[in-house]
Design a protein around this ligand. Structure first.
Ligand SMILES: [Zn+2]
Length: 76
């Protein structure tokens, strides 16, 4: 199965964050993904998730942390 096709992804470079890769007691598996040009939208969603679910405090440091969680993947 081609996951990109299954998800209906168009060709391009995407950013994603995968909570399953982060150490967390709650075993969160949320996956957030968006095209590079919508990095701001992705970060905004990720930060809300980190605050609401992972109980982080909103701060400039959190923005850096969220940005650091993003990984790049290209759909060819
Ligand atoms: Zn999470």
């Amino acid at each position: 199965m081609n996951l990109a096709k299954k998800l209906g992804l168009k060709k391009g470079t995407y950013l994603f964050s995968n909570c399953a890769k982060m150490p967390s007691k709650m075993k969160c598996r949320l996956l957030l993904m968006g095209p590079v040009r919508q990095k701001k939208d992705l970060l905004a969603a990720g930060i809300e998730h980190m605050i609401k679910v992972h109980k982080h405090k909103r701060s400039p440091k959190l923005y850096k942390e969220a940005a650091g969680m993003l990984e790049r993947v290209t759909v060819a």
